[in-house]
Design a protein around this ligand. Structure first.
Ligand code: ADP
Length: 272
């Protein structure tokens, strides 16, 4: 944990008396540490691909005359690394927006079928590249309360992971349902590699990846689930996961179907 932080100040009172004023700054220290860690992580995460790009560009220049086949491979890796770097930057911006850098859009009723149509459209290319069959089951005509763009982003992130961490020719099943207590559930189930129990608690942290090498290879940034978590809590909902290694994972978003205090205020969770 964090050390207890106390600021102490002496205040002169009438008659020569002195009062000691102590202010608890533990929370301020924690926020400052989280911010420092975050900046350090971001710098590291940005430096790695930039360094790789420099080396690859040099290798490409070197190989152009001598080994055209190798030059093509270097160019392809430059393409892959630079698109991952681009995604990293846009996800960082997205996360900082979600964390309160910008006012959040006015929440409104959003049609879940519309969200799903958009999600299926945006994920059909990676799904078909791996011959993964995506099916949409469950209740139609549901409504959630919030911001359509953010909700699409959250479900797209879950779908992209389901596809990235699954072998070819498997299935991804999206199920929608309504609970009695006014929540809508959107569950994304895959038949992928699964997640070790020790990683389950941590995968929603920024930059946490169960398998760094695999995440890099799939173009991952380690920010997707942190974004999903922020979107769901900003909406007054939450996200959970169940998983069995070698069998598959199911991520479930629970979102309010009517205005709640949390969704109305859409309070930015200040953490950065
Ligand atoms: P990444 O960009 O690395 O995918 P995320 O924040 O989206 O970052 O996910 C964090 C980590 O959680 C991933 O690196 C991966 O180890 C694990 N993970 C996420 N979704 C799945 C899934 N559907 N199946 C297996 N592992 C997953």
């Amino acid at each position: 944990g964090d050390p207890l932080g106390v600021n102490v100040r002496a205040v002169a009172l009438d008659g020569g008396r002195v009062a000691i004023e102590a202010t608890d700054v533990t929370e301020a220290h924690r926020v400052a540490r989280v911010r420092r860690d975050f900046v350090a992580n971001v710098s590291h995460e940005l430096k790695t691909p930039v360094g790789a790009l420099q080396l690859l560009a040099e290798a490409l220049l070197d190989a152009t005359d001598k080994d055209p086949a190798a030059a093509i491979r270097f160019a392809e890796r430059i393409k892959h690394e630079s698109s991952r770097l681009g995604r990293l930057v846009s996800e960082l911006l997205e996360l900082s927006r979600l964390q309160g850098a910008e006012p959040l859009p006015e929440p409104e009723p959003v049609d879940v079928d519309k969200i799903m149509a958009e999600v299926l459209d945006r994920t059909k290319t990676p799904a078909s590249a791996k011959e993964i069959e995506v099916s949409f089951q469950g209740v139609r005509g549901l409504t959630v309360y919030g911001n359509e763009n953010q909700l699409v982003t959250a479900v797209v992130n879950l779908m992209e992971n389901a596809i990235a961490y699954s072998p070819e020719s498997t299935r991804v099943i999206v199920t929608t349902s309504a609970s009695e207590d006014g929540f809508v559930e959107i569950a994304v189930a895959d038949q992928g590699i699964g997640i070790e129990p020790r990683d389950l608690d941590r995968i929603f942290e920024r930059f946490y990846r169960a398998d760094r090498a695999r995440s890099r290879a799939t173009g991952g940034t380690g920010l997707g689930l942190a974004i999903v978590k922020h979107i769901s809590t900003n909406h007054g909902g939450w996200v959970t996961v169940t998983s069995t290694v070698g069998v598959g994972s199911t991520f479930t978003l629970r979102l309010p179907s009517r205005p709640t205090e949390a969704a109305l205020a859409l309070p930015p969770s200040v953490e950065i």
